[in-house]
Design a protein around this ligand. Structure first.
Ligand code: SF4
Ligand code: SF4
Length: 135
């Protein structure tokens, strides 16, 4: 993760976003009904990659790179009996991570590539394919 000097305004905004995340996630009863429908969990097979795992991480206010391992497909939301908007929570948490300077190096590189070349993988996608990936 990159580090940057965080302005007071960015810190405040990140805190507000995390409060919104808590509001979204707090009704989660950890039932796990979402879990088997998550394509990321189906592939990686570890609890922290499941939507329930991410809900637990977020409820503990942990901002970890695992939050980038979600393709925002919303399969979990469709199956959630409480209609919890996991994607919204993850997107807000990612935004908070960026504001705090905790975005992934790879994300920064992809954004730079898009700005320069209109391609997230840059001018030489073959060269980037092992280190950059896009869900
Ligand atoms: S997000 Fe919904 S389906 Fe998933 S564990 Fe929480 S309450 Fe259950
Ligand atoms: S939105 Fe993310 S957490 Fe939910 S099912 Fe899709 S990949 Fe899994």
């Amino acid at each position: 993760m990159s580090t940057k000097k965080v302005s007071k305004q960015d810190k405040l905004e990140a805190e507000n976003l995390m409060e919104e995340v808590q509001e979204i996630i707090s009704p989660c009863i950890k039932c796990g009904m979402c879990k088997s429908f998550c394509p990321v969990f189906k592939t990686l097979r570890e609890e922290h990659h499941s939507p329930r795992g991410k809900a637990v991480i977020l409820s503990e206010k942990i901002l970890d790179k695992v939050l980038f391992q979600c393709n925002l497909c919303k399969a979990c939301e469709v199956r959630c009996p409480l209609n919890i908007k996991v994607c919204d929570a993850i997107k807000k948490a990612r935004e908070a991570m960026v504001l705090k300077g905790h975005e992934l190096k790879q994300n920064k590189e992809m954004i730079t590539n898009i700005r320069k070349t209109n391609n997230p993988f840059g001018n030489d996608p073959e060269k980037s394919k092992d280190k950059l990936y896009c869900c």
